[in-house]
Design a protein around this ligand. Structure first.
Ligand code: FES
Ligand SMILES: [Fe+2]
Length: 353
């Protein structure tokens, strides 16, 4: 048993892609103001459909540009009408008269690399603007679903830190207690499990296996089923169920807003057309599931006000310990300017859930 020692520092992991928004929330010519890692960020979609992200503060007097107007090519500040293109350059200062020259090209808001993959908009959060955005690795992708976008997306804000949210995402033992409903396992129906894990890029993967026989949700899918659950930094979990030649993917991402709030977004992708008939049901299911996590985090917050020490036990909390190790190694590799060396070794973990 380890006390506190396993808990992490509260720093944000930089130089990684974070989920910025489900793509359908941003129409061409639209923009939204977000906060990630305490940074104000304007997320927009150009008239040609491509997304972009810039610092959401006007360099003139600091008002949020997202409170202004966007025409698909330029953002106009609501205060004095300065205009900026989507690469952050100031292109117009309306108050200038002909005899006054300000090199507007030198006035600029910083940009953040932004890409849309399989319906999701990702943002690359780093201390400084990367010199060559084309050289960045691709954001999180599920090869088996190809170009298709998600079928269901459920974004929610949780009142907790990034680390505590990831701990929840990686917690196998809370399922039968927190997600007590017909489609999940009940506390009186726990079974001993042995799960094999392997390291995978920036994380670890529970190797593909037939899913739990005590999960009703899996049984209704029928067919020959296997599941694989992977996790990678900064806080991305993918449950990938193969049913014959089809795929059902349950993706959950966590993006920190600040030290006490995160955006949790759950996405469902599937390749069977008939499942689309059940979209409203699956959407409700996803929302109910996340709401249960939100509820238990709320109860936990009441206890955490008293600043208790916390524990991580073997093996049910091993994944959280691995997350702490991954996080430390990522920070060290960035600090030292070297390649990331995955600290996770293959292992079989045992628990009752
Ligand atoms: S504050 Fe933005 S134009 Fe003045
Ligand atoms: Fe949960």
């Amino acid at each position: 048993m380890e006390r506190d020692e396993a808990m992490t520092d509260d720093s944000y992991l930089m130089d990684l892609w974070y989920l910025a928004a489900p793509g359908h929330l941003l129409k061409p010519g639209g923009m939204i103001g977000k906060v990630f890692m305490e940074l104000p960020i304007l997320l927009g979609r150009r008239a040609d459909g491509t997304p972009f992200a810039v610092r959401d503060l006007c360099p003139h007097r600091g008002i949020q540009l997202s409170k202004g107007v966007f025409d698909g090519a330029h953002v106009t500040c609501p205060f004095h009408g300065w205009q900026f293109d989507t690469s952050g350059h100031c292109t117009n200062i309306p108050s200038l008269v002909d005899t006054q020259s300000v090199d507007t090209e030198k006035i600029r808001v910083r940009t953040y690399p932004c890409r849309e993959v399989q319906g999701n908009i990702w943002i690359y959060l780093s201390e400084n603007e990367p010199p060559d955005t084309a050289a960045l690795p691709a954001p999180f992708t599920i090869p088996e679903v190809g170009a298709r976008g998600y079928n269901v997306s459920t974004p929610l804000v949780f009142q907790t830190s990034m680390d505590n949210a990831v701990f929840g995402l990686l917690d196998p033992a809370h399922g039968p207690y927190v997600h007590r409903n017909l489609l999940w396992r009940q506390p009186d129906n726990l079974r001993q499990k042995a799960k094999a894990y392997e390291p995978s890029p920036l994380g670890f993967t529970m190797v593909r296996h037939p899913p739990s026989s005590n999960s009703v949700i899996y049984r209704v899918l029928g067919g020959d089923r296997t599941t694989e659950i992977s996790f990678c930094l900064p806080g991305i979990r993918l449950e990938h169920v193969r049913v014959g030649r089809h795929h059902i993917c349950n993706l959950t991402t966590i993006t920190p807003i600040d030290g006490t709030r995160v955006e949790v977004t759950n996405f469902l992708y599937w390749t069977q057309n008939w499942l689309t008939l059940f979209t409203p049901f699956l959407s409700r299911f996803s929302r109910k599931f996340l709401a249960q996590d939100q509820w238990i985090i709320g109860l936990q917050n009441e206890g955490l006000q008293f600043d208790p020490k916390m524990m991580l036990i073997n093996d049910a909390d091993m994944l959280q310990k691995w997350y702490v190790r991954l996080k430390k190694e990522w920070s060290a590799s960035c600090r030292q300017g070297r390649a990331f060396i995955n600290p996770i070794k293959p292992a079989t973990l045992h628990w009752r859930t």
